[in-house]
Design a protein around this ligand. Sequence first.
Ligand code: NAP
Length: 433
Amino acid sequence: MLNVAIIGSGPAGYYTAEGLLKSFGDEVCIDIIDRLPTPFGLIRAGVAPDHQSIKAVSRRFEATSLSANVRFVGNLSVGDGVTIEELLQLYHAVVIATGAPADRKLGVPGEELPGVVGSAAFVGWYNGHPDFATIAPPLDTDSVAIVGNGNVALDVARILAKTPGELSGSDIAAHAADALAQSRVRDIHIVGRRGPHQVGFTPKELGEMGELQRAYPVIEPADFPPAVADAALDPGLRKVVGFLREFAGRPPRRDAPVRIHFHFFAKPVAVEGDGKVERLRLERTALTQDGQAIGTGDTYAIACGMVVPCIGYRTSPIPGVPYDAALGRFANADGRVAPGLYCVGWARRGPTGTIGTNRPDGFMIAEEIAADAPDGDRAGPAGLDRLVAERDLYVVTFRDWQKIDAAEVARARTGAPREKFVRVDEMIEHSRS
Ligand code: NAP
């Protein structure tokens, strides 16, 4: 019997489990370990709460969890409750699937001012992640600047722009829904250091920006290259640029109080303010031949009370695991970190791609484990249970999580799929019920 521990219960972890079940069938025992009592990682705490259809993939992961050879071991922190070295002793293979939960830094003066809220924190806040549930972003401002031209920037802008009614069918955390209902934000600025041809948006996500009840996009037509240049773009990006051009041609909407301004060719050079964010200073950029943004020396400022950098993420290091600080992920060769130790998903390749990108990733790691043909006896799940008992740790099983799940569904607002518990102690209490 092959014993495998997967650290992290997000999409990369679950797809790896699927791949292992496909490769090894009944000859594998898999423990999926998570520091939280709740499974599904980014599906629960990263995917926007108004994108419920994307969250539906968790049903597939639920089926994997309920297979006889797989256990969810929640509320167990690796590096704290158990170490990597101990896991490597207990299992033939250990796969790190911890994602990239920390914000990349802007690296400009003023970044530490109150009112700068990184996307991991902001997204975690509206999604009810226990680490960020109490951050209280300053929404008592009429203007917010979002830095970055990827889908996370769109998620943040959309959540800020939507009406309470538009969010009613989502699983946004109650504290965020209440705070957003009181929000004074009227101008949302999305800042990109490059141009419309270099954005990381995808068509569906950008298209939603043109369909909001009380908000509309504002784009400067002069920011576009000549339309003939669009023909050279790949089809997805061409569609995105088509949306941007169409938005730029729309008249202002008198019925909509919230504006979403797209600023292209502008890079942040400082966050300014007296004790808190008051302005984001930008430098106009030009593109080099190879498409990089360089500053022109010409600066301007956007008045704003909050800055949300959505410029990518870094994996959090784990003691004893080689880390590539420059790339912000574990040092690895195609997912191999050290004998018996692998990484997968964002922890392997950095924060790019959709949920589905993790499927081939997870299957590849399963094939590598098969190719490495680990042998010898390992204590596996029974050994982990012994360690947990010795240390008097309380772990949450998948059945326990189903009790938390049922309690969240039972207390949902009318029309919402669930009301999440946002404190670990509440989750634990319900897991014991
Ligand atoms: P992303 O798509 O890589 O976008 C990051 C943005 O930040 C880019 O526009 C980048 O500009 C900019 N940036 C990076 N460093 C910067 C700096 N120092 N100053 C100014 N701008 C900077 O990342 P993301 O939005 O965090 O999304 C991560 C992944 O998750 C992506 O693959 C995304 O598509 C995916 N995602 C998907 C969905 C969905 O499908 N609904 C939702 C959310 C996220 P440059 O291009 O110039 O580097």
